[in-house]
Design a binder for this molecule. Structure first.
Ligand code: GLN
Length: 270
């Protein structure tokens, strides 16, 4: 079978872009190779790998788990089913954090629920003056995150535990989090690929605000005076987050849209 033939068959079963990317991963060829030499034969092992991936993708398994990696802010991160797959939604959280870090000399930064580490690692690399501490409850997730930090040469201190538990008595200039915020009864949880992701990273099992509430409630005793809290949340949770922040004594609560224009990050300072 040729590359072109394999691609044509796969496109009948899965999304065109997924088909092309999986063929590139399976065969080692580039997009340019596929366009310029579609008549190149596909080796037997590559054809088997590709057929297996196409069938699994057709059944719903996310591409990132099949190939074991995903891109975020131009960097490649390892991902396993122990961590949420990076989403472009989270770009704005990093952008807003960088703006807040810009003024400080040696800011201490805390990332709660780091998962694959994309937020902590991106911030450590893009703000080298910052000392970054990243927490996750899942030991498996922390192994993935530490692996990513090593591969990308980022200095991040990883700690295992429940939200603020591993940073008891410590204060930071900035706290960021992309916690589970999808309500347990939200049909989105059954969407493409989501059933394969760690449910504890997607939903709080309740109304979607439980973790956001918990993080906001504990933030004041872990922030320096004037310190910022920035939270990723669902597109309908902006007002609730701003209200929670204001009620907890934070100032100037705001909500910012993601790249797709949906409300995605709220923040405020002490
Ligand atoms: N933004 C993700 C989604 O809608 C959810 C991420 C999260 O719960 N932290 O699929």
């Amino acid at each position: 079978m040729t590359l072109g033939e394999a691609l044509a068959v796969a496109r009948q079963q899965i999304d065109r872009l997924d088909a092309r990317l999986l063929l590139q991963y399976a065969s080692g060829c580039t997009h340019a190779d596929l366009l310029a030499r579609p008549e190149t034969p596909l080796s037997a092992p590559a054809a088997l790998q590709f057929a297996d991936w196409v069938a699994r993708r057709a059944a719903g398994e996310p591409l990132a788990y099949l190939v074991g990696e995903a891109e975020f802010r131009g960097r490649v991160f390892l991902v396993t089913p122990a961590v949420l797959i990076p989403r472009p939604d989270t770009e704005v959280l990093v952008e807003l954090a960088l703006l807040r870090l810009a003024g400080s000399e040696h800011p201490r930064l805390l990332d709660l629920g780091t998962g694959s580490g994309i937020v902590a690692i991106s911030l450590a690399l893009e703000c080298p003056a910052a000392r970054v501490i990243a927490v996750d409850l899942s030991a498996e997730a922390l192994m993935v995150a530490a692996n990513n930090a090593g591969r990308l040469a980022a200095t991040v201190e990883f700690r295992a535990g429940d939200w603020y538990a591993p940073v008891s008595g410590e204060r930071f200039e900035l706290i960021v989090a992309n916690p589970p915020y999808i309500a347990a009864d939200d049909p989105h949880l059954a969407g493409d690929g989501l059933p394969y992701e760690p449910q504890s990273a997607l939903t709080d099992g309740g109304d979607g605000l439980a973790c956001l509430r918990h993080i906001i409630a504990g933030a004041a005793e872990h922030l320096q005076p004037g310190g910022w809290l920035l939270l990723e949340h669902g597109h309908e949770q902006g007002a609730a987050c701003r209200n929670l922040l204001t009620a907890a004594g934070f100032k100037n609560a705001f909500t910012h849209p993601d790249l797709a224009g949906s409300d995605r990050v709220s923040g405020a300072h002490l």
